[in-house]
Design a protein. Structure first.
Length: 173
């Protein structure tokens, strides 16, 4: 059995993340994903929108992932590889050669490092920019949108509490 390891921030999990994990999983039999801590993510990129617990939960729910590990290190060393019985380490091809050599020098030297293609057209940064643009163009403030949501939830709760038991209410997801 080949244990593949991939690490990621996984903030605002999107189809590019899914494509990456699918490609990583295809390289072996068991996929372990290390999710960076909030502090590590902030030091390496920017502060994440989602907490590490939220990001781990989403990654773990992906059908290609067998195991998700919170608070993974940016730099992979031999101890980490042995501790998690890793046979192959995978990362997207979005890092420069200098970055790859910095973060993955040990698995590269061991001959157990591979890259997969980065998914074009989607990134967490793109999603954040889209959200900002949508907010700027919105005619409704975030606080009024929150009020509408709270009113809907109150109406659903009231309807559930007043039902006779013969009617089953479900919430849209």
């Amino acid at each position: 059995m080949i244990h593949v390891y991939a690490d990621m921030v996984a903030d605002l999990f999107h189809y590019g993340h899914v494509a990456f994990l699918k490609a990583a999983r295809a390289m072996g039999d068991y996929l372990i994903v290390g999710v960076m801590s909030d502090d590590e993510a902030a030091d390496g990129k920017r502060p994440p929108i989602l907490t590490v617990e939220e990001r781990v939960a989403v990654v773990a729910a992906c059908c290609y992932v067998d195991e998700a590990i919170p608070n993974a290190p940016w730099r992979i060393d031999a101890d980490w590889i042995v501790k998690h019985s890793i046979d192959l380490i995978v990362h997207g091809d979005d890092f420069s050669e200098q970055e790859l050599n910095y973060f993955y020098s040990v698995p590269i030297a061991m001959g157990i490092f591979r890259t997969v293609s980065y998914t074009p057209g989607i990134s967490t940064t793109d999603i954040i920019l889209r959200c900002k643009a949508a907010h700027m163009g919105s005619k409704r403030s975030p606080s009024s949108a929150r009020q509408v949501l709270q009113q809907r939830q109150a109406q659903e709760t009231e309807a559930e509490n007043s039902s006779s038991g013969n009617i089953r209410l479900t919430k849209d997801r």
